[in-house]
Design a protein around this ligand. Structure first.
Ligand code: S3P
Length: 170
């Protein structure tokens, strides 16, 4: 696969740093950057929690699928994917067919800490947030592991993670 003609997809659980890393990696490899959640919010004119509340998770998943299948440039783009995007049947293979997939990882404790800073994740609204994270993570772990290259973000600086992703990319 010629690296100049494809996309780089960042996947992984919520709070693993996909958006932050995506925006930092893109200029370093001369690509533009898109974030699936932000693109969906822009197109829908409302936030992800509002979409979940008004239309339900199923509708949001259909929007993610639509974004991947039709709504973004086919080349030279770093695409930061919402955490559940690859958990949908067939979506990981779809991404693997369109580019290079890098999966960011973090410990469950780090994920809890990072996702507690902002209350913008409808799937984590639970009395026992840590139990909810553990349960969702366990369900998705097989697909994240199958995604290919794994990059751990725990306790590492942004430049360090960015360099690692770029090494994998090249
Ligand atoms: C989700 C992750 C979120 C967002 C939505 C659902 C998930 O994106 O797409 O709240 O199912 O894991 P981030 O991974 O960017 O937080």
């Amino acid at each position: 696969m010629n690296r100049e003609d494809v996309n780089l997809y960042l996947v992984g659980f919520m709070g693993t740093g996909k958006s932050t890393v995506g925006w930092a990696v893109a200029p370093r490899i001369g690509f533009r950057c898109l974030d699936s959640d932000q693109e969906i919010e822009r197109l829908q004119g409302c936030t992800v929690p509002e979409i979940f509340e008004r239309e339900g998770e199923g509708a949001f998943r259909a929007m993610e699928r639509e974004f991947i299948e039709r709504g973004h440039p086919a080349t030279r783009t770093v695409v930061s994917c919402g955490g559940g995007l690859v958990a949908q049947p067939g979506m990981l293979d779809e991404l693997l067919g369109r580019g290079v997939v890098v999966c960011l990882h973090a410990s469950l404790e780090t994920i809890l800490e990072r996702t507690s800073r902002r209350q913008n994740r409808p799937l984590l609204e639970a009395e026992d947030r840590f139990a909810r994270i553990r349960e969702l993570y366990a369900a998705r772990e097989p697909v994240y592991r199958r995604a290919g290259s794994l990059v751990l973000t725990d306790g590492r600086s942004l430049p360090d993670v960015v360099s690692h992703v770029i090494r994998v990319w090249r």
